[in-house]
Design a protein around this ligand. Structure first.
Ligand SMILES: Cc1cc2nc3c(=O)[nH]c(=O)nc-3n(C[C@H](O)[C@H](O)[C@H](O)COP(=O)(O)O)c2cc1C
Length: 241
């Protein structure tokens, strides 16, 4: 095995690439010079994001203070993390290379603001999971400020719930970001604890349905195809770790 030293830097991948929606409270927007954008919600793509605590549910995003969105989040103390999918990957990239100072990203990407339950900032209706957050602490680190936030509500797309009420997040076509590139979540290799489970796990294989649009990759019957609706769990937590 031949290894090479590499400069210390950001090499922790893959990461989520989430679309974070934000908005100035009370329409207050001291920076906005374009009346058409005044008071509008904005979206910033963030990859430096992670779950940081199970109970209370908390997450973090790291944002450069020079971003237009940073000021919105700092001023309002609220934001929504919207998970991204294959269908949203172009919008994800766009929201990460254009500024809300210049464009209305919701409008340009044909995205629909989704009223939130616990925060005034809207989520993105086209995302399968909207995580409403309230800022707890901001920690300046250097290039980025770490924004620690409480998860105050979670909204999921009913289309991915099965008859027993299980939410099939991994059937939504989630996207991941690695070393400058976007990927569709790949083949399932196991599930939590399978290495010590009594029953031997079946080897991971590609099901006939995998990859086909509109059909759950697990082959399970879900509500997909039914009219999309959203379900909200205040302080919801899908899995325990
Ligand atoms: C895949 C991807 C990931 C990004 N991750 C971050 C991040 O974690 N933090 C950050 O401050 N900017 C990040 N950016 C850059 C911002 O999304 C970008 O500067 C955006 O245009 C800021 O929008 P705004 O000016 O409307 O706030 C990322 C961009 C892309 C494309």
């Amino acid at each position: 095995m031949s290894k090479s030293a590499f400069k210390p830097g950001n090499m922790l991948y893959p990461l989520p690439a989430v679309m974070v929606s934000c908005q100035y409270k009370d329409g207050a927007d001291p920076e906005c010079k374009n009346p058409a954008l005044q008071g509008k919600p904005n979206i910033i793509t963030v990859a430096w994001a992670g779950t940081v605590c199970t109970n209370p549910p908390m997450l973090s995003i790291s944002v450069r203070p020079e971003r237009y969105s940073y000021h919105m989040i700092e001023q309002s103390g609220e934001f929504v993390v919207n998970l991204t999918t294959e269908a949203l990957v172009l919008a994800t990239d766009y929201c990460g290379v254009r500024s809300g100072r210049d464009v209305d990203k919701f409008k340009e990407m044909h995205l629909t603001p989704l009223p939130s339950r616990e925060v005034f900032v809207p989520g993105i209706a086209e995302s399968p999971v909207n995580i409403e957050c309230r800022v707890r602490k901001i920690l300046p680190l250097g290039s980025h400020n770490l924004i620690l936030a409480d998860v105050v509500a979670v909204t999921i797309d009913y289309a991915y719930m099965d008859e027993s009420g299980k939410f099939h997040l991994n059937d939504t076509g989630l996207v991941t970001y690695s070393h400058g590139e976007y990927f569709l979540l790949g083949k399932k290799l196991g599930s939590f604890g399978y290495s010590v489970a009594k029953k031997t796990a079946k080897p991971a294989g590609k099901s006939a349905n995998q990859g086909k649009k509109g059909i759950a990759s697990s082959g399970r019957t879900t509500n997909r195809g039914k009219k999309s609706a959203k379900i909200t769990n205040k302080k919801g937590n899908a899995t325990r770790r």
